[in-house]
Design a protein around this ligand. Structure first.
Ligand code: IPM
Ligand code: MG
Length: 371
């Protein structure tokens, strides 16, 4: 038996708990097959945290995270309940952004892949899909407008108010995320598109200069710069031109959702948020990029694949368990090939497609690993 890997499982709100259950089901099967030792401990976060302990990130949950090797995160936020508490206490800021900052998770990796079998779920015509879409969005996660100060809404009198968000980046912040992007490109198709708004923003000019400088250390990677508005358009027109897209925080937030739509559904998009590596383990938060989807929560309708693929990324990036991670990826590919579809990726015109619920999908992936 290998070293015990401690995982904090924070399911959160909406569809979080039901997709988390399926991811844990799959992890348990992988654990057995690959002789891992996983200690998975659940804790409350988001509205579940507020209901249980009065805080979106309860102290006990934060303590558990600090004692863990990685965090498997579901999703947080229920917009209907937002008006009941101050904005600073809402789960998105008080739990998710707090965790990113607390653990300095500056590198967010969002792999977008459109498999052949899901070509119909992509909103683009077949001729624009080329030989398949395979993009890695590398998003800076602890800087930019999300965290820059001042950040406030001021009263100007006469019933007028002014809202201020500040976009700030320092050269070291840009350098470290650029290195993550270039290293990722090196392990892929060796193309990096750096996204900025250098025609308008000071931040964009600095971003472009620093990325160009870092790029000199990676002469084998083809670097291209693109304005974010053009990048959004190019994703629709010719997504196959992209390998790695390197983005600051907010541009990456927006473009990764757009790119996810190309992969058929936000329910297919996993993510890893990583800090620096200390010793042999890299601490990270692994979460589906989609939200809580309150409209379908608790109905066994949600697609658990993004959560399951996030668990696979955790095995790979935090624990170096490449074989187990690959087995989960292969199992997901197999159930898709077999025609299993949750509602978000179902097409009535596909004769192979079988509509299944959240639990059946998770069980099928688990079975494909052990089988
Ligand atoms: C994401 C989400 C979050 C973000 C929200 C929920 C705060 O959209 O992870 O992409 O904007 O970063
Ligand atoms: Mg987002």
């Amino acid at each position: 038996m290998s070293k015990t890997l401690r995982i904090a499982a924070l399911a959160g709100d909406g569809i979080g708990p039901e997709v988390m259950r399926e991811a844990i089901k799959v992890l348990r099967v992988a654990e057995k097959k690959f002789a891992l030792s996983l200690q998975i401990t659940a804790a409350a976060v988001g509205w579940a945290g507020i209901d249980e302990a009065g805080k979106a990130l309860p102290d006990a949950t934060l303590e558990l995270c600090k004692k863990s090797d990685a965090i498997l995160f579901g999703s947080v936020g229920l917009p209907d309940r937002d008006p009941t508490i101050p904005k600073e206490e809402r789960p998105e800021r008080a739990a998710l952004l707090r965790l990113r900052k607390e653990f300095s998770l500056f590198a967010n990796l969002r792999p977008v892949r459109l498999s052949r079998a899901l070509a119909h779920a992509c909103p683009l015509q077949a001729d624009r899909q080329g030989d398949g879409i395979d993009i890695l969005v590398v998003r800076e996660l602890t800087g930019g407008m999300y965290f820059g100060q001042p950040k406030k809404t001021e009263d100007l009198g006469d019933g007028k108010r002014r809202a201020i968000d500040t976009m700030v980046y320092t050269t070291p912040e840009i350098e470290r995320i650029a290195h993550v992007g270039f290293r990722a490109a090196r392990s892929r198709r060796k193309r990096l598109t750096s996204i900025d708004k250098a025609n308008v923003l000071e931040n964009g000019i600095l971003w472009r200069e620093v990325v160009t400088q870092v790029g000199k250390e990676y002469p084998d990677v083809a670097l291209e710069h693109m304005f974010v508005d053009n990048g959004a358009m190019q994703l629709m027109l010719r997504p196959t031109q992209f390998d790695v897209m390197l983005c600051e925080n907010m541009f990456g937030d927006i473009l990764s959702d757009e790119a996810a739509a190309l992969a058929g559904s936000l329910g297919m998009l996993p993510s890893a948020s990583l800090g620096t590596t200390s010793g042999e383990l890299t601490f990270g938060v692994y979460e589906p990029a989609g939200g809580t989807a309150p409209d379908i929560a608790g109905k066994n309708l949600a697609n658990p694949l993004a959560q399951i693929l996030s668990a696979a990324m955790m095995l790979e990036f935090s624990f170096g368990e490449q074989k187990a991670a690959t087995a989960i990826h292969d199992a997901v590919a197999r159930v898709i090939d077999d025609g299993l579809r949750t509602g978000d990726i179902y097409s009535a015109t596909d004769p192979k497609a079988k509509k299944v619920g959240t639990q059946e999908m998770g069980t099928a992936v688990a079975a494909a690993i052990s089988g």
